[in-house]
Design a protein around this ligand. Structure first.
Ligand code: NCD
Ligand code: ZN
Length: 343
């Protein structure tokens, strides 16, 4: 197969930032994806529907001319999120509410300290049928960073999914065999998004010839058997697993630093990385469902009507991209990706 035409895909986990950074990255996503679930971890975080809808307007204003792209907005869950806010969010078209354990990742300080503290918000979300999107890592410093997802599932996610049996839940950016197994065996209404980096790299990529800050994201890359389990889930055809790039741009200087930020920018080849990984696994025929059907179905949205055509052939990735006054180092910088957008 030399070309592949898909229903236009959706990116079910995306960081777009704001201001000049937003303007710099948005075109990469809009060129490929019809819609994206946009994460609310701005500074300050989007804790109200008014803030989320104002951000939506800024995204729409920043779109390149002629782009056909719909941002799907999310709310940032705090221990103070009220039932009134959640009801307004649902009415305002917000598609999900993101739980960041406080301190787990970029701009998560306002997140949730004890998961039990948001049980009443979860009760309301369950009643509203408003999905919970989870950054599934404990922040307990006693837990090894490579074990934080598996421990979160045992300590918090499994009890939560049992306690709120109708709540739709996404384990965002699943990275472990334990995470994949949990989602595959869970009750209906539990799903996971999968990033390109967790499909194609294991933790050795953090140390390939030296310390590689541009391969650092959270949850961190895991051992090879976990990567294999995540890939196996993605290509399995199981509708619980769908595409979410977690493309998370940070300026070069913030990554190449004594205390570098977590986040990998992948939107410049946001569908191409998946095509490459599915192709290598002999599963190109499963890409469309993973990229364009499973996410839409989970979010109870109509599937997209347009198409996107990909073609086999090496696409060179620049060493860096413009990013406001700074530069952005994209995933696979200076290398190439085996598939590209045809038109
Ligand atoms: C994300 C970011 O930079 O906003 N970083 C990351 O490593 N994935 C936050 C997140 O999704 O955890
Ligand atoms: Zn993210």
């Amino acid at each position: 197969m030399e070309t592949l035409t898909l229903t236009r895909p959706d990116d079910c986990h995306l960081h777009l930032r704001d201001g000049p950074a937003l303007a710099a990255v948005l075109g990469d996503t809009a060129r490929r994806f019809a819609r994206a679930v946009v994460m609310p971890n701005l500074s300050p975080p989007l804790t109200t529907v008014d803030a989320a809808l104002a951000y939506r307007d800024r995204i729409l204003e920043a779109l390149p001319m002629g782009a056909d792209f719909t941002p799907l907005m999310t709310l940032y869950l705090t221990e103070a999120t009220s039932a009134r806010q959640l009801t307004a969010a649902k009415a305002g078209g917000v598609v999900g509410v993101k739980l960041y354990p406080a301190g787990a990742t970029t701009h998560s300080d306002a997140g949730v300290g004890r998961v039990e503290a948001v049980y009443s918000a979860l009760e309301t979300m369950q009643a509203l049928d408003l999905p919970l999107l989870v950054h599934g890592e404990v922040t307990d410093p006693a837990v090894d960073v490579f074990d934080r997802e598996a421990v979160f599932i045992d300590r918090h996610l499994a009890p939560l999914v049992a306690r709120f049996p109708q709540l739709r839940v996404v384990l965002e950016h699943v990275t472990t065999r334990e995470g994949v197994d949990f989602v595959r065996d869970a009750r209906p209404g539990v799903a996971a998004s999968i990033t390109p980096q967790h499909l194609s790299m294991n933790r050795s990529a953090l140390f390939e010839g030296g310390l590689r800050p541009h391969h650092y994201c959270l949850p961190i890359l895991k051992r090879e058997p976990h990567r294999a389990a995540v890939l196996e889930a993605a290509i399995s055809g199981d509708a619980r697993f769908f595409l979410g790039t977690d493309s998370a741009p940070h300026a070069r200087g913030d990554k190449q630093s004594a205390c570098g930020c977590a986040g990998i920018y992948s939107a410049h080849a946001g569908i191409e990385f998946y095509a490459e990984a599915f192709d290598q696994a002999g599963a190109l025929d499963r890409l469309e469902a993973f990229a364009a059907h499973h996410g839409a179905d989970f979010y109870l949205l109509p599937r997209n009507t347009g198409t996107l055509t990909l073609r086999r052939g090496a696409m060179a990735v620049p060493e860096s991209l413009p990013f406001g006054d700074d530069r952005l180092i994209p995933l696979r910088a200076g290398g190439d990706v085996a598939w590209q957008v045809a038109d």
